[in-house]
Write a protein that binds this ligand. Structure first.
Ligand SMILES: [Fe+2]
Ligand SMILES: [Fe+2]
Length: 301
């Protein structure tokens, strides 16, 4: 074996470096808290003021507001934050603000996994989760979106605390065309699900989001919120089989309908029986170009 396994103890010690990882931008915590009120109590001006406090967040929100992935286009091009808040509505603004906030968490400089590729995968997964949740009526689409956005949080941890070792695992995955978590397990002795679990707990994320971060590659092991976990598992698989993967194609043939996570989702949601998969695949194709150009525009902002 060329790469030494990282002992659990070493992982824990290195994860002490979690303190270096930037948390969600300071402005987002009060904003997300404010947005949890009943909608009739929300003052749109307050939201605009929150976002305007962070210039790069504000610029990124405007980019997203003008993307067909979020905006309806009904109101034409949005030029101001206030216009974005009015045209998109409160729920979409919180999705957008959270997306922009977590986009800024990756370390600066060269990383083994291209940051734009990583966020295309995360944003793509968030959008597929939201779409699926709506279609099969499984859970709140906003919650599904957030779960999809955050599911690979552990990759961010690995990039911060074990950049060299994670880089070696990523190279194995790419060279052999195998799933990233399998290469991590083989060369690191743990996966981004383990390290993501530690960060998700450290951040105090909701238990259902912690379950997603921890079990999205093994939904059958999740003792709680298994519907949301299985939903993210399926969305992740769909993205990895498309160009919203991690920058390399996995060589394994996957039959979605024989996948354990898919069967679990089918048991939990009866809505899946009549689901139009051909239509979702078609929609996924049209998402891709949009996701690619949106993430690239945001990285230039
Ligand atoms: Fe993952
Ligand atoms: Fe993923």
């Amino acid at each position: 074996m060329t790469t030494a396994l990282v002992e659990k103890q070493v992982l824990l010690e290195r994860l002490d470096g979690l303190r270096q990882i930037p948390t969600i931008p300071a402005v987002l915590t009060p904003l997300l808290h404010y947005l949890q009120q009943p909608v009739e109590q929300i003052d749109l001006r307050e939201i605009t003021d929150f976002l305007a406090r962070d210039k790069s967040l504000a610029a990124q929100c405007l980019h997203m507001a003008n993307s067909p992935l979020f905006g309806s286009g009904r109101w034409g091009r949005v030029e101001s934050l206030r216009g974005a808040v009015v045209s998109l509505g409160v729920h979409h603004i919180s999705d957008i603000a959270m997306s922009c906030g977590v986009l800024n968490l990756l370390p600066a400089g060269k990383t083994s996994i291209d940051p734009t590729v990583f966020w295309e995968h995360s944003l793509g997964c968030a959008l597929v989760c939201r779409r699926l949740a709506r279609k099969i009526n499984l859970c709140d689409p906003g919650k599904a979106y957030l779960a999809g956005l955050l599911h690979d949080l552990g990759i961010i941890v690995n990039l911060w605390v074990l950049p060299k070792e994670f880089g070696a695992a990523f190279n194995i995955a790419r060279a052999e065309g195998i799933p990233l978590h399998e290469a991590e397990q083989r060369s690191l002795g743990f996966t981004h699900c383990d390290s993501g679990h530690l960060l998700a707990e450290n951040w105090g994320l909701a238990p259902d989001l912690i379950a997603v971060v921890t079990h999205h590659h093994s939904p059958e092991q999740s003792s709680q919120d298994s519907g949301l976990v299985a939903l993210v598992h399926v969305a992740d698989l769909l993205c990895r089989m498309s160009s919203l993967n991690y920058g390399y194609a996995e060589q394994r043939q996957v039959n979605l309908f024989e996948d354990d996570g898919f069967s679990l989702l089918a048991q939990i949601s009866t809505g899946l029986k009549n689901f139009d998969w051909a239509r979702l695949t078609f929609e996924l194709d049209s998402y891709m170009d949009e996701v690619h150009s949106l993430v690239r525009a945001i990285y230039r902002a």
